[in-house]
Design a protein around this ligand. Sequence first.
Ligand code: URA
Length: 248
Amino acid sequence: MSKAPTARLDRLLANLGYGTRREVQGLIGAGKVVLDGKTLRDIGQRLAVVADLATRMTVRGAPLDPPAPLTLILHKPLGVVCSHREIGRSLYELLPERWRARDPVLSTIGRLDAETTGLLLITDDGGLLHRVISPRHHVPKRYRVTVDRPLAGTEAALFVAGTLVLEGESNPLAPANLEPLSDTTAFLTITEGRYHQVRRMFAAVGNHVTALHRDRIGALDLPQDLAPGHHRVISAAQLSAVFTPDQN
Ligand code: URA
């Protein structure tokens, strides 16, 4: 079993966004940091950084934020943007403010357009991020698509052929799976994440996407009880579903 990494108490708290090193030293000095019922006073004390610290330690009487590595599942609502560089309300505003000061930083695993809703993973684990978004790993992402004209019936064969070249590109898309649900709705499962990929695939067949919702990554479903704008922490065991081939 690999040993848990350790961190100095003041650095651990600073990296979780509780303040600068000096500010968190003040917190510790004021007796505001408690572990297993005992007040911690030594700013340089080294602690094993394990997930259950969040249940054993309190800061100002509240449970410690989850230490890194941290991965969240978020139900992205309409109208928020995933990148710090885009104009508009950022989805990071949906998370506790302190989390914006964490080191390592939290980033979305891939992006959804402002007008796309659904399952978004957010992590501070760079290796995980790379494994999910790298086209080499072929992680399937499923979207529920609504279009404004009835499906022609020929889209599924075209998308699965792996020959469709999007406007302005030269490499064909990897095969994608379309399951029509009605005349104007379908599930589309893709393994890449090209810019506006789903919208551009339907534009390529003369249609227009009016609503787009991601409900699954690998075999990880957006929980039914997770309302738009809400998030929850997910465990390594739950995350493993991302890399499990979709059984449905
Ligand atoms: N494809 C799109 O066009 N938009 C998204 O947000 C995701 C996939």
